[in-house]
Design a protein around this ligand. Sequence first.
Ligand SMILES: *Cc1c(COP(=O)(O)O)cnc(C)c1O
Length: 377
Amino acid sequence: MVDLNGQYQSIKEQVNSSISQILDSSTYINGPQVHAFQKELETYLNVKHVIPCANGTDALQIAMMGLGLQPGDEVITADFTFAATVEVIALLRLTPVLVDVNPDDFNINIEAIEKAITPKTKAIVPVHLFGQCANMDEVMRIAEKHNLFVIEDNAQAIGADYTFANGEIKKAGTIGHVGSTSFFPSKNLGCYGDGGAIFTNDDKLAHTLRGIVNHGMYERYHHDVVGVNSRLDSIQAAVLSAKLPKLDEYCEKRRVAAKKYTAAFKGQQHIIVPETINSKGEDVYKNHVFHQYTLKITNGKRDALVKHLNENGIPCGVYYPIPLHNQKAYADSRYNELDFVVTNQLVKEVISLPMHTELDDEQIDFITNTIIEFVNN
Ligand SMILES: *Cc1c(COP(=O)(O)O)cnc(C)c1O
């Protein structure tokens, strides 16, 4: 699905020399590399504060802790996402409120958010799924109207731009009150272990978050709040510093591969390519960073196709096979199946194809030809 070694070869010298420098100086934790990367990411994202942490799940949890959300507060998020999003809500004893998504861009559905709001609602967590932003004009409008926090789960869309209806452009993850991301190796900006970060333009919140990641300490051995231990280590920061200047190029390579896939599937009746047209009818390829390239197979052959691709040595993935509201850990009698028509359908139709910066034309031809032939027979 990804080719991490191919990417490593192009930054090998820089990565190896930074890592050996860290080994020589033994500054494994909190080395100068961490602060340097923090500053570089702040500049890239045009955000006031980046708070590095240990992984993307922690980033979400710490963001929610920093906002002071309390047990019983309702937090609305998408039913169709990776479980980490809902996991941290439940872990903090907040009440997850899962809502349906759009059939075209797979992102949280605006009407469904509005329908789910109650006097207990405190936050919305839009997930920029597969590398494309949720409708942030509408999410921010609803949040303002109901006085809610917006926490962007940007684990899959780092580097994506969001263009507002008024033409303003912001980086994904810097639009809400707080944003989070993951540097898991296979993410668009991945390190060589675990890593994550939180973003905010709010000085006070940033200060709170910096304490929470470090055992609730704002002064050494003074623990003012209950915190956690969540650090990005120096080696991961050095890897990320080598990759960040290439992130736009990585995103562009993914877009080029996506365009080739889409062109190859043109005219296919049972294969629906990912939607990249926004509500204004504009092509948002320039925004989509294709963490995943996800098709919908509409003639019931998705599962058979997965098997066929596996047999032919073509990696593929089903993200995600089970709606979160049907997962044992998150099922709740409050949910009504009729409210999840889209997610219930998507889990049967979606399939994600290999997507990375090293895909070549020959691979794309082999993958698309194999799929087209199988789906139509
Ligand atoms: C990967 C991912 C996370 C979690 O990131 P980790 O670094 O693996 O903890 C959270 N949300 C989404 C949508 C993700 O894809």
